[in-house]
Design a protein around this ligand. Structure first.
Ligand SMILES: Nc1nc2c(ncn2[C@@H]2O[C@H](COP(=O)(O)OP(=O)(O)O)[C@@H](O)[C@H]2O)c(=O)[nH]1
Ligand SMILES: Nc1ncnc2c1ncn2[C@@H]1O[C@H](COP(=O)(O)OP(=O)(O)O)[C@@H](O)[C@H]1O
Length: 185
C-alpha cells in the first residue's frame, strides 16, 4: 500500500490547474477534494462538483484546514473533505492558490506533493481564460488583483518544496505529471 499523499496543484489563474487536477483524476483515479467558495459559479460549473458554492453566511459553517481571500472572494478547504477523499484512495488531489499550497506544505509536510504551474508569457493566461469563457469584467478585475499577480511567481516558501511545470505544451505536461506520480508509487 502507498502512503497517503495529496497532490496540490497551484499556480496562476489560467495556468492549467483544473486541467491537471482532472487529468490526475481520470488517469490515476485520484479523488478530487472539492473546496468551498463564495464566488459565483461560472457557466457549466456545478455545486458539489466544481466547488461547494456558499453564501457569505454559509461559508462560515465549515471547519477549514485553511481559507483565503482571492480577488474579492473567499475560498476554503475542509479537513472533512480531505479525510473523505483519503477514505477512497491514498492519492488524492486538490487545487489551491499559492497561499493555500504553502499552508498545506507546512501542515502536512511530505504528505503534500506540490505542483506549481506556470506559462512563459502571462498574455497566454489571459487568452486561455477568455477562451474558457470567463466573464470579461470579472476577468479584468481579477488580473488586477494582488493574488493573481502574486501567483504568477513561485513563492520563496515553495522553492525546493514544489515541482515546477511550464505548462505551455499539454503533451509535455502530461509526461512530467506521469513522472511525478511514479515517484510516489
Ligand atoms: N487556498 C485555497 N485556494 C483555493 C481553494 N479553492 C480554490 N482555490 C484557489 O483560488 C483561486 C481562484 O479560483 P477560481 O476562482 O476557481 O479561479 P481559477 O484560478 O481561474 O480556476 C485559484 O488559485 C484556486 O486554486 C481553497 O480551498 N483554498
Ligand atoms: N497546455 C495547455 N495548452 C493550451 N491550453 C491549455 C493548456 N492547459 C490548459 N489549457 C486550457 O486553458 C484554460 C485554463 O485552464 P484551467 O485548467 O481552467 O486553469 P486554472 O484552473 O489554472 O485557472 C482551459 O480552457 C484549458 O483547457
Amino acid at each position: 500500500m502507498s502512503e497517503q499523499r495529496v497532490f496540490v496543484i497551484t499556480g496562476a489563474a489560467g495556468s492549467g490547474k483544473t486541467t491537471v487536477r482532472n487529468y490526475l483524476t481520470k488517469e490515476f483515479n485520484m479523488p478530487k477534494v472539492i473546496t468551498h467558495t463564495t464566488r459565483a459559479p461560472r457557466i457549466h460549473e456545478e455545486d458539489g462538483v466544481d466547488y461547494y458554492f456558499e453564501s457569505e453566511d454559509s461559508f462560515g459553517d465549515n471547519h477549514y484546514l485553511e481559507s483565503v481571500s482571492y480577488a474579492g472572494n473567499r475560498y476554503g478547504s475542509s479537513f472533512e473533505g480531505l479525510d473523505e477523499a483519503w477514505k477512497s484512495s491514498d492519492f488524492i488531489t486538490i487545487v489551491l492558490d499559492t497561499a493555500g499550497a504553502i499552508t498545506y506544505k507546512r501542515e502536512l509536510g511530505d504528505k503534500a506533493v506540490v505542483i506549481f504551474l506556470k506559462v512563459d508569457d502571462s498574455s497566454t493566461l489571459l487568452q486561455r481564460m477568455k477562451t474558457r469563457g470567463d466573464d470579461t469584467q470579472t476577468l479584468a478585475d481579477r488580473i488586477k488583483s494582488d493574488e493573481y499577480l502574486r501567483d504568477l511567481t513561485l513563492p520563496e516558501e515553495l522553492k525546493g518544496n514544489a515541482f515546477v511545470i511550464n505548462n505551455n505544451d499539454w503533451e509535455r505536461t502530461k509526461h512530467i505529471v506521469n513522472d511525478i506520480v511514479a515517484k510516489y508509487k
